[in-house]
Design a protein around this ligand. Structure first.
Ligand code: ADP
Length: 426
């Protein structure tokens, strides 16, 4: 294994893996730190943690456990991946995890940049922009868990880091890889431990790549990944995203209520394709677990005779008004947990009926379903839409899956996904 990655959330891990695959690496993603050695030969592994908003000490402990496993598999370089909006609190977890990894790797200098120009995240003079506006004007200042009220990443990183934080600015970036490498040496000799890096285009990320060749630890969003595979002589190739041929029945399980997903459900139904909807407003609060069980049984009985004819859609996706009513009836968190449990049970039932090709919509929903399907590792394949690739879980019961977070994907995503899988498989 060439590159070992530690990601602070599940869908962010897939985003990183997708960028590495598109730049020529064969990539495996794991959910949590594996307990066994790697099962397939790959160039990079992304260990997906859920460490973004947990207490910093726990995030550090989990990240160090991931590092240990990656090193045992022979990783030559470590990549700590966080969100492209640098989601963190003044206490962390980006700073503490970065420093713990630096200590463990005896690494005296690393970079930090969430830049991902393809998704509108750019860094200029150390300030992070989301689209056309500064981070703290982008809506992220109101985030419920990680409000980002300062767009100056040097300041933000310094607030959560013991080491001195510096900047490699756009004037250095414009002078090329050699100039960046020299700037890194200069900053390190001045006692800087972490440098924010300006990047406003994919070209900047490509230029940055060679300057990171000998850095034990790289910390970044998913964008920097596009410049790294070249350091091992790898170039984008269809080979990197090749997955085994798809088999088994097809199902779509959707628990996302984001606008894009609502559109995808509506589009799928408009084609006259079979769908079954959970209606939590019909549940009475005192008997929800029993009613979920009854609904799951009904949904599976409905799906069973249809599976041999093509994909079935089972969903909880609903519009904002209905969602509000459900949340008012059961409480926001409880409603979410129950829906996730219902969709996880449906997934396990569909798996028993022979489904081996999965489209799962929703970040939290994906977490619940992947657990119910007993999937610990997956190989990353061809991209369906930006940030959303097909994946293959090699362990029993093997299968193909794509995990689509909220607002990703075109309206025809559900049908397009299966079409791409069956065209792309080798
Ligand atoms: P997204 O990626 O769009 O944010 P998630 O799966 O992360 O989607 O989150 C959607 C949340 O909404 C989940 O907790 C899910 O269980 C919940 N949910 C889905 N449908 C309903 C519904 N009809 N009523 C209440 N909660 C729902």
């Amino acid at each position: 294994m060439k590159l070992g990655c530690i990601a602070d959330d599940f869908t962010g891990a897939t985003d990183l893996a997708n960028n590495l695959v598109r730049s020529g690496m064969r990539v495996m993603q794991t959910f949590g730190v594996p307990t066994e050695p790697l099962s397939t030969e790959v160039d990079a592994v992304v260990v997906a943690l859920k460490s973004r908003t947990i207490p910093a000490q726990q995030a550090v402990a989990q990240s160090l456990a991931a590092l240990k496993w990656l090193q045992a598999q022979g990783a030559g370089q470590i990549y700590f991946k966080y969100c492209s909006t640098f989601d963190s609190t003044p206490e962390g977890n980006i700073g503490p995890v970065t420093e713990a990894l630096m200590d463990a790797l005896a690494c005296n200098f690393t970079i930090a940049t969430p830049a991902f120009p393809d998704n509108g995240r750019t860094v200029f003079k150390g300030y992070l922009f989301a689209g056309a506006v500064l981070l703290n004007e982008s809506g992220m200042q109101n985030h419920p868990l990680t409000p980002m009220t300062d767009a100056n990443l040097v300041r933000v990183m310094q607030a959560q880091t013991q080491r001195k934080v510096g900047l490699i600015d756009h004037t250095v970036m414009a002078r090329g890889s050699q100039a960046i490498a020299e700037k890194i040496k200069q900053l390190a000799s001045e006692g800087v431990g972490v440098a924010i890096v300006d990047a406003t285009s994919n070209q900047d990320l490509q230029t940055l790549g060679p300057a990171l060749k000998d850095m034990a630890l790289v910390t970044a969003g998913s964008g920097v990944a596009i410049g790294l595979p070249g350091n091992w002589g790898l170039q984008s190739s269809a080979q990197a995203s090749a997955l085994p041929k798809a088999q088994g029945h097809q199902a779509i399980v959707s628990g996302s209520c984001s606008l894009a997903t609502q559109g995808q459900v509506a589009h799928y139904k408009s084609l006259g394709l079979p769908s079954w909807q959970f209606k939590p407003l019909d549940w009475s609060p005192s008997e929800v677990p029993q009613q979920i069980q009854a609904d799951v049984t009904k949904a599976l009985a409905w799906a069973k005779p249809l599976l041999s004819q093509g994909p079935v859609l089972i969903y909880a996706t609903t519009d904002a008004d209905t969602l509000q009513q459900v949340q008012a009836k059961f409480g926001r968190e409880q409603a979410g947990e129950w829906m996730e449990s219902a969709l996880a049970q449906v997934s396990a039932g569909l798996q028993a009926l022979g489904v081996k090709q999965w489209v799962i919509a929703g970040g939290e929903t994906s977490g619940a379903c992947v657990q119910a399907l007993n999937i610990a590792q997956m190989q990353i394949g061809v991209q369906i839409d930006p940030g959303v690739p097909w994946c293959f879980a090699p362990q029993h019961p093997a299968g193909h899956l794509t995990l689509k977070s909220g607002n990703f994907g075109t309206p025809d995503f559900f049908t397009k996904a299966f079409q791409i899988l069956n065209e792309a498989a080798v």
